[in-house]
Design a binder for this molecule. Structure first.
Ligand SMILES: *Cc1c(COP(=O)(O)O)cnc(C)c1O
Length: 386
């Protein structure tokens, strides 16, 4: 089976991890700090806070921006459930903005309409979480302008977009947001096994995130409510968590980061090759907006089933039967039973529901060989009866 995504681990990666195992630090230590500094420098951003996974990163980001009971955040229905779950963890309410039919990111038009509607109802969101679907950035400059007009804060879910660029700036630079979240799950662009990270230019958020990932504890006497009792002393200032990354994970991440540009370049070449090989197929290929350099976490095609003799489900299953490990990103979050129990209904976000009926993610990852890609294309051709 050719999977839809796969990590690439080099001997250098393995050696970096082994070195840590022989060292004095296994939990958060100097390599974690080095990894954070390296990512911050890569992203042209002031601060980076690593955590145990992107779900934890989203959770802490929501908390840091003050989400909780009585607050509201909006995101895209075309995302992994983790994005909206993170909002719910805090006790806040979540809402969705339907997607754009071209980029599959949340639609700017829709956002504008929903905001002006929400304003007249007195129910504006406190936070927006745009998701850079497949590795293509949302239209952040416009979203940022809307955040100033309507007074909401922004968390970019860039789990797919490590190494991507928007208007020639690295995603994660936080030029148009308060916080950006990355995932280092093995199917993503670079991996730490499990891992996540938050970037920001705001010192206040950085200080808070550092505490929140470690039980809400500080050893900085400037922040304490009273004089220290002694050198052992620490204070817990907030209800935090144990969301730390290990040295073992950070060593892998730091080593992987060296190859990030190589990974993303290769993914772009694979995407370009798919474009050429599939351009005459009666299917919809991904579209990049001009301001974007995608990290191509995903290569999603859309199949208008009215043009074929098979259903979407049959085409998907035939591809799998023939060794192509396709996937579907994503089941619209609001259609999940749990979200239905919160009051969301089928039909609420029709563009994402229509997209779901047609989408298939083809294999794309650093190690995918041209011959394997040819096999994907040939198999797709057969399965579509072309
Ligand atoms: C993978 C992913 C997450 C969660 O990442 P983890 O590191 O597995 O917690 C969140 N949002 C999106 C869009 C993702 O793709």
């Amino acid at each position: 089976m050719i999977p839809y995504g796969k990590q690439s681990i080099s001997d250098e990666d393995i050696n970096a991890v082994v070195e840590v195992l022989k060292s004095d630090f296994l939990t958060q230590g100097p390599i974690v700090e080095k990894f954070e500094k390296a990512i911050a420098s890569y992203c042209n951003v002031k601060y980076a806070v690593s955590v145990s996974n992107a779900t934890a990163a989203l959770h802490l980001s929501c908390l840091a921006l003050g989400l909780g009971r009585g607050k509201l955040a909006w995101t895209s229905p075309n995302t992994f459930v983790a994005t909206s779950n993170a909002v719910l963890y805090t006790g806040a309410e979540v809402g969705f903005v339907d997607i754009d039919p071209i980029s599959y990111n949340l639609s700017l038009e829709n956002l504008k309409n929903r905001l002006s509607e929400a304003k007249s109802l007195g129910k504006l969101p406190d936070v927006l979480l745009p998701v850079h679907f497949s590795g293509q950035s949302c239209e952040m400059e416009e979203i940022h302008a809307l955040s100033k007009e309507y007074g909401f804060q922004i968390i970019e879910d860039a789990s797919h977009a490590v190494g991507a660029k928007y208007k020639n700036q690295p995603v994660g630079s936080c030029q148009y947001s308060d916080l950006t979240v990355f995932s280092f799950h093995p199917v993503k662009i670079i991996t730490t096994g499990e891992g996540g990270l938050i970037t920001t230019n705001r010192k206040d958020l950085y200080d808070l995130l550092i505490r929140l990932r470690s039980h809400g504890i500080t050893r900085n006497s400037d922040l304490m409510t009273k004089e220290t009792d002694g050198e052992w002393y620490y204070q817990q200032l907030e209800l935090g968590y144990n969301y730390r990354l290990t040295e073992i994970q950070a060593a892998l991440g730091l080593s992987q980061l060296k190859r990030l540009d190589e990974f993303v370049t290769r993914r772009n070449l694979i995407a370009e090759r798919y474009h050429n090989l599939l351009k005459d197929f009666p299917i919809t290929l991904p579209t990049l907006l001009t301001k974007n350099y995608s990290s191509y976490h995903l290569y999603v095609i859309r199949i208008d089933v009215s043009k074929f003799k098979k259903t979407h489900k049959q085409i998907f299953s035939d591809l799998r039967k023939n060794g192509i490990g396709v996937q579907l990103h994503y089941i619209p979050v609001h259609t999940q039973p749990y979200y239905q129990s919160l009051g969301f209904k089928f039909g609420d976000y029709p563009v994402s529901e229509k997209y779901y009926e047609e989408a298939i993610s083809l294999p794309i990852y650093f190690g995918l060989k041209d011959a394997e890609q040819d096999k994907v294309v040939e198999t797709l051709k057969d399965c579509l009866g072309l």
